[in-house]
Design a protein around this ligand. Structure first.
Ligand code: PLP
Length: 406
């Protein structure tokens, strides 16, 4: 697929207040007006380019939003204080009490808990479906359904959502397809494939330095303005506003996103192929053995590869814990949740990021105890990393020294 996202980002050019190459950071929570009339008009959303109060918008947040809209190819974007801030605002904007959501059953545990538990307070109900079965998605839609929700590459099972096919179903029923693209920035462009709203946790690859939480909603001008509406906008009223200082630092980190994504993918592909050859149960969308491999090839922007996430099932939680502790001791990465850092991060999702999902449901969706999720880092010599990880696995009897699974 023709991808212009990196070019769009490259072409953004700013002149700061003093001609700086980075935009100046807006260090104010409130803004002055020369006339009271302009203040009233700004309150009513009628004056572009005027700032009122930072929870509504700020120059730094608008700059970052502009870059994210360029990344996803949407009209505009609103940045938020976290990925969950983006997800909750979108849901609360689109759904009234009594409404219904059709969601993929393999999604980030926090999103799952929000839909399954928290939204019950508002009588908003979610049906969790196998997102790879377009038929079951369509069958689950009711007259009360207000959105189809999925992750392009799911957390943690790395299932691939057929965004093109899902958007056809969404259009047929006149509802938006909302896609969380946190795992695959640049490599998948959901809006270009038909999604109406694209969400990211910027906390992950887009920021890439694991030093803050942030999120974004990319969509139409109408929807993003509605989120900011002072009377009934979920973004404005629920208050998950990103701090301007953080917005400025994330914007600077975004400039290396294309280089980082290529390296994350290259390294993950190398490890996945080699550990699969060694006989381990590896899941990675870039492997032929992945059940969504052919599908993702039809959806992705090939130059960025198949992403930085892979899973390995080492058989039991006990073994998974032993291996993660040893790898951390050997400085191969961190036993930590989250993803998109320069060092490899690993965690056992069943007991961490997906622990909100009841055990029986974890089993049903194929989330086993011994599953380790790896967010592969930017290691310069990935062969060296592979040899080192393999040594850890041999030491724990996960592999024999001839490198085949015990
Ligand atoms: N979406 C996905 C796919 C995630 O993995 C996460 C967090 O792990 C989130 C959303 C939530 O993002 P945040 O932690 O920035 O609120």
């Amino acid at each position: 697929m023709d991808n212009k996202a990196s070019d769009n980002l490259q072409d953004l050019q700013y002149f700061g207040e003093y001609g700086g190459v980075n935009p100046s950071i807006s260090d104010s929570s409130t803004y002055t007006f020369l006339s009271a009339k302009t203040m009233f008009d700004t309150f009513e959303g009628n004056t572009e380019g005027c700032y009122l109060y930072t929870r509504h918008s700020s120059p730094s947040n608008l700059y970052l939003g502009e870059a994210l809209a360029a990344l996803e190819g949407t009209e505009t974007a609103n940045v938020t204080a976290s990925g969950m801030g983006a997800i909750s605002a979108v849901i609360m904007q689109l759904c009234d009490a009594g409404d219904h959501i059709v969601s993929s059953r393999t999604i980030y545990g926090g999103t799952y808990a929000l839909m399954k538990n928290f939204l019950k307070k508002f009588n908003i109900n979610t049906s969790f479906v196998d997102i790879t079965s377009i038929e079951s998605v369509e069958k689950t839609i009711t007259p009360k359904t207000k959105m189809i929700y999925c992750e392009s590459v799911s957390n943690p099972l790395l299932e691939i959502a057929d965004i093109k096919a899902l958007s056809v179903v969404a259009n047929k029923y006149g509802i938006p397809l909302v896609v969380d693209n946190t795992f695959s920035p640049l490599s998948i462009s959901p809006a270009k494939l038909g999604a109406e709203i694209v969400i990211h946790s910027l906390t992950k690859f887009i920021n890439g330095t694991s030093d803050c939480v942030a999120g974004v909603v990319c969509g139409t001008k109408d929807f993003c303005l509605a989120l900011k509406d002072v009377h009934d906008g979920a973004g404005m009223l629920l208050g998950s506003t990103l701090d301007s200082l953080r917005a400025a630092s994330i914007l600077k980190n975004m400039r290396t996103l294309h280089i980082r994504m290529k390296k994350h993918s290259e390294n993950a592909q190398y490890l996945a192929q080699n550990f699969e050859k060694d006989g381990l149960r590896v899941v990675y969308p870039g492997l032929k053995s992945h059940n969504g491999h052919e599908k993702i090839k039809t959806l992705m922007n090939h130059e960025y590869g198949f992403g930085g996430l892979m899973t390995i099932d080492v058989g039991s939680l006990e073994k998974a814990n032993e291996l993660m502790e040893l790898m951390q001791k050997e400085k191969l990465g961190y036993l930590a949740v989250s993803l998109g850092f320069y060092k490899t991060l690993f965690s056992a999702p069943g007991s961490s990021t997906s622990s909100e999902i009841p055990i029986e449901e974890q089993k049903e969706m194929g989330l086993s105890d011994g599953l380790i999720r790896f967010s592969i880092g930017l290691d310069n010599d990935i062969h060296r990393t592979y040899e080192h990880m393999r040594k850890c696995m041999v030491k724990l009897n996960i592999l024999t020294s001839e490198a085949s699974m015990v």
